[in-house]
Ligand binder design. Structure first.
Ligand SMILES: NC(=O)c1ccc[n+]([C@@H]2O[C@H](COP(=O)([O-])OP(=O)(O)OC[C@H]3O[C@@H](n4cnc5c(N)ncnc54)[C@H](OP(=O)(O)O)[C@@H]3O)[C@@H](O)[C@H]2O)c1
Length: 353
């Protein structure tokens, strides 16, 4: 983008996650951005970003780690911890955002904007059917919901300060990252590879109803480009849904997946991925050896309960992208092409056969 400030310094919290890693890759490839990324682990790949290992749940450690970052201009908050208990989820995720924001606020008077990532769970997508297409100003569901606490905290904190906040709400982010099993492209890719190894056709493992419903996803690359737009060009203080900008039905894309994997397509057969895939580590080991794949622990490959959740949505899952388009970000990604590109990328990187 043309109007990157001369010394824009991005601080990406959660720089090894599916959102953060793809954002770091995008920003480091743009002229004019300096990128510092945070996570507890350190990267096992080449990157032009400076990675700092810090536990954001520890306020003192966070302040100490960020003390010399005096010229951060933009924070992208994509750190995240999954907790089954929603109260615990609020506590840990709010603490990480608060610790980071307060540390940056203390060290960097240059801060201009914080971009916070939420998702369709803002609208209650995890609770069941919700009003669609969901609009940014739709009423909230009954709390707790950690997004509400994070957003309210950030808005209150920004008041009277030289920085503001922009909220992005992607849905089902698909992109390359390892050790982050909540990645739908990997769920489908690993499920397909195991089905193929067992001589089975490719069957949609969710409900027949879900197979025909409208769905949407967000390409992590599209989100990265949209995040740069959110940092530099979006009207501040606002929330925006950000998806691929297209919608699809699983029954339209599943045949293309079968062709891609060289498998026969068969009608859906509803099963619990959580239960049925639990004992498939030995099959995966065979696949790894046969195809010389990177040895990712089976438990970190694919979040089967996440797949069960997505493939059992017997209702449309659509958020409106009118607001973000009207505000100036109108990029569109073909979701079927995105899935096929990711399957190819995972194969080239020797993660999938
Ligand atoms: N993935 C999706 O489909 C999706 C969809 C919509 C919205 N979202 C939202 O987007 C946000 C980011 O999600 P994501 O999927 O990108 O997450 P993710 O892939 O699980 O990555 C989370 C990142 O946070 C870091 N992290 C976790 N605990 C940390 C700690 N104590 N200190 C420092 N870093 C820590 C992790 O690295 P370490 O483990 O190395 O610390 C990792 O880099 C979340 O709010 C999520 O709800 C995600």
């Amino acid at each position: 983008m043309s109007n990157v400030p001369r010394k824009a310094h991005a601080l990406v919290a959660g720089g090894l996650g599916v959102i953060g890693r793809n954002l770091v890759e995008h920003l480091t490839a743009q002229p004019g951005w300096r990128v510092t990324a945070l996570s507890r682990r350190t990267p096992d790949f080449e990157t032009a970003a400076r990675f700092l290992s810090v536990d954001l749940t520890d306020a003192d450690a966070t302040r100490a780690a960020l003390a010399d970052l005096e010229d951060v201009t933009h924070v992208f908050f994509a750190a995240y911890q999954e907790k089954a208990d929603p109260h615990e989820q609020v506590a840990v995720n709010l603490a990480m955002l608060r610790n980071l924001t307060e540390a940056v606020d203390a060290s960097a008077p240059t801060l201009r904007r914080v971009v916070l990532y939420e998702g369709a769970k803002y609208y209650g997508a995890h609770l069941g059917a919700f009003v669609t297409p969901a609009r940014e100003d739709d009423p909230r569901h009954m709390p707790p919901n950690f997004y509400y606490d994070q957003e309210d905290y950030l808005r209150a904190r920004a008041a009277g300060r030289p920085w503001d906040a922009v909220v992005l709400r992607p849905d089902v982010v698909c992109g390359f990252a390892l050790g982050n099993p909540m990645n739908l492209a990997m769920v489908i890719g690993v499920y397909a590879a195991i089905s193929k190894e067992l001589g089975l056709p490719l069957r949609f493992p969710g409900t027949a109803e879900c197979y025909g419903r409208l769905a949407q996803v967000t390409d992590a690359r599209q989100l990265a480009v949209g995040s740069e737009w959110a940092a530099l060009k979006a009207p501040g203080g606002e929330a925006y849904n950000l998806t691929n900008g297209d919608i699809f039905r699983w029954n339209r894309v599943w045949p293309a997946f079968a062709r891609h994997f060289g498998m026969e397509l068969a009608p859906p057969q509803t099963l619990s991925l959580r239960e049925m895939m639990a004992d498939k580590a030995p099959v995966w080991r065979r696949i790894v050896e046969k195809h010389g794949l990177v040895d990712v622990p089976y438990a970190q490959l694919a979040a089967w309960p996440f797949g069960d959740f997505i493939f059992r949505c017997d209702w449309d899952v659509i958020t409106s992208t009118t607001k973000i388009r009207q505000a100036g970000f109108g990029d569109v990604v073909d979701s079927e092409a995105m899935f096929l590109r990711l399957f190819r990328e995972f194969s080239q990187r020797k993660v999938l056969p």
